[in-house]
Design a binder for this molecule. Structure first.
Ligand code: NAI
Length: 394
């Protein structure tokens, strides 16, 4: 796959174009906005310049990457593309319209993909005359830096399309995982409790935001605490993902959004970019101090990690992805300190079940129901992965 088309020159389209061009593909970027095309080109030049200045790229390679990318305002120029990845506005009818037009331009063998993070791949594929060539290719932001890519076949996708795409994206120096076409795919589904259980602890007054963030980083080993991360992502984006996953899973209470976050969105306190979210980002405001209570901290980590494990286990149970792919997705896609299923093995499956049952006993909410897979495994005494063989001198 050497001739690659990218539709949409926004944050994701630009990043994906850079990734493909770095892997020696001839990349054509199309956008309806001339302004977006211009700024994409200027931003890429800036990024490459910085990489050269830092010594991460030599200037010859930087020029090569730039030379590999061309920009166009005509979709007709995509006629010779072998793979086209769409990264435009997250809107089903608009995306479908673009795919219909694109299919009349490209050859019958061209693979067509969407980078959507929340729409059904199957519903997008249905816009095509030949939906077997359609697939979801979900990059993470920023695409040049994030190693993980989720590959999502639609119901109509041919297995050969999936194979070709996986090989191509692996060749672009990415790590691919395979996910069933379900809301949030792997990462955006499995990660929900990281935010929602933290919000629950905060709303119930069990701990304040600074203490929860301290516990999750200092004791849990996560790179960022949930409140810092939500502020960083932006509450408009993070809240909408939660709400979408909640609605798309037919209002499963497990994904219920939080009022605390909704109010931030309503107030326009969208996080870092707005100067205020859960935290204040003005220079003269001192950050709140955590209560560094180790016992409370461990309880916070245990509860959030337990809910993450339950979600990961249910994702295996629902056959959305393999055990290995789920652990890879969470460690590579969102930098979790450990794969959640490996973590479950270490805690002990029976211990996970009994802690979840304790929470259910207190709340009597479906949100805390234990995954049937965990319960079955506890009964059978099995683990997700084989224990590592002991070294000879152990
Ligand atoms: P963006 O808003 O930065 O860029 C979208 C671009 O699409 C704009 O340049 C716009 O001019 C262009 N566009 C809009 N309608 C078009 C059309 N009909 N034809 C051609 N170009 C058109 O959006 P972003 O953030 O890059 O997202 C793009 C896609 O990637 C969305 O589907 C989003 O869900 C997905 N995504 C976004 C991530 C993120 O963190 N921003 C992460 C992973 C996926």
């Amino acid at each position: 796959m050497n001739k690659v088309g990218i539709i949409g020159a926004g944050a994701m389209g630009s990043g994906i174009a850079q990734v493909a061009a770095t892997a020696h593909c001839q990349v054509l970027v199309y956008d309806t906005s001339a302004e977006a095309l211009k700024s994409n080109q200027a931003k890429l030049a800036q990024i490459l310049e910085k990489l050269v200045a830092k010594g991460r790229l030599n200037s010859e390679k930087a020029s090569q990457i730039q030379a590999n990318i061309s920009y166009t305002a005509q979709l007709e120029d995509f006629a010779h593309c072998e793979l086209v990845i769409e990264a435009i506005i997250e809107n089903l009818p608009i995306k479908k319209k673009v795919f219909e037009t694109l299919e009349s331009i490209v050859s019958k063998d061209c693979i067509i993909a969407s980078n959507t993070s929340s729409l059904s791949i199957t519903s997008l594929a249905a816009a095509l005359q030949k939906p077997a060539r359609f697939v979801g290719i979900h990059f993470f932001n920023p695409a040049p830096l994030m190693k993980l890519v989720e590959i999502i076949p639609a119901l109509q996708t041919h297995t050969a399309t999936v194979e070709t795409v996986r090989q191509t994206i692996n060749h672009w120096d990415k790590l691919t995982v395979l996910a069933k076409d379900t809301p949030g795919f792997i990462v955006n589904k499995v990660a929900r409790p990281f935010y929602s259980e933290a919000l629950r602890l905060y709303e119930e007054g069990i701990a304040d935001i600074a203490t929860i963030d301290w516990a999750m980083t200092a004791l849990g080993g996560f790179r960022m605490g949930p409140f810092t991360l939500m502020d960083f992502i932006g509450h408009d984006v993070n809240y909408v993902v939660t709400e979408t996953v909640f609605k798309e899973f037919y209002y499963d209470p497990r994904y219920k959004p939080s009022f605390a976050q909704k109010r931030l969105v309503e107030a326009g306190y969208l996080g870092h970019k707005a100067g205020r979210g859960f935290y204040h980002y003005q220079e003269n405001v001192a950050p709140p101090l955590p209560r560094q209570d180790e016992v409370l901290g461990q309880q916070i980590v245990e509860r959030i990690v337990l809910m993450l494990i339950n979600e990961a286990a249910d994702t295996v149970h629902q056959q959305i992805a393999s055990k290995a792919d789920i652990d890879t997705a969470m460690t590579q896609g969102v930098n979790y300190p450990k794969g959640l299923l490996q973590w479950a093995d270490e805690i002990g499956i029976a211990a996970c079940v009994s802690q979840l049952d304790n929470l259910y006993e207190i709340y009597h909410e479906d949100r805390y129901r234990c995954s049937p897979l965990l319960r079955k495994m506890a009964q059978q005494g099995t683990t997700f992965f084989q224990p590592k063989p002991m070294a000879i001198d152990d």
